[in-house]
Ligand binder design. Sequence first.
Ligand code: AP5
Length: 221
Amino acid sequence: MKKIFIFLGPPGSGKGTQTSKLADKLSIPHIDTGSLLRKNIQDNTDLGIIAKSYIDKGQLVPLSVVSSVIEDRIKKDDCKEGYILDGFPRSVEQAQELEKILERIGTYSLKNDALAVYFDIDNEVLIQRLINRRSCPKCQTIYNLLSNPPKIMDYCDICDTKLVQRADDNEKTARARFETYEKETAPLYEYFKQLGILKELQADKPISEIWENLKKVVFED
Ligand code: AP5
């Protein structure tokens, strides 16, 4: 089985929902650049101050910032047996940077050890998903007021913490995120295909069905 799993797809396509399940199943870390950057914003770090100005506009945070966050994270001991990257790389430039980071660390390579899973879905469905998303700030469980609501409105089923809405999950910023995705991230589809590491997943199905299909993609590879 592969060691590095890369989840590629537009905002709201379900990458985070499925990554959490796969990380639990394989007992490997779920590395989500969006959450790492939001944690820096919450802690008011220098990096978080830079990141906020881009995230609020739905734009990509500069490569130098994201690259240091990723390198620090995948160098950690818990990544030795593999990991899932959710939201990185997000441009061809970032994919090339990842190859350089992997060379520096000296463990895995994209061509031999990575599987990129593309979440295929229509953008209009996704705006509704995003504005109805809520998440738990404590255990990170993701909900949706329409498709996957908590049992008690606004409270996490797992740890009873009050749920929050992400600042960038409003319609205006969500539309800007889709534009950024089309311009910067969509070309990665061809890049990974050329590299021979791409598999596709229909992401407009129920969460449980996507999970069954994802397991086939991961375990049959
Ligand atoms: P990030 O946090 O990565 O956001 P994103 O890529 O826009 O992806 P999302 O987290 O919005 O969606 P998702 O696909 O994980 O969907 P989810 O499973 O939650 O990035 C935020 C920002 O950080 C970026 O805009 C950028 O500024 C910056 N950034 C991050 N990484 C960067 C990088 N590498 N370089 C530069 N900048 C970077 O699901 C969404 C909702 O739908 C949930 O409510 C869920 O319950 C529901 N749902 C999920 N699956 C289904 C289903 N099958 N049916 C119905 N509902 C479903």
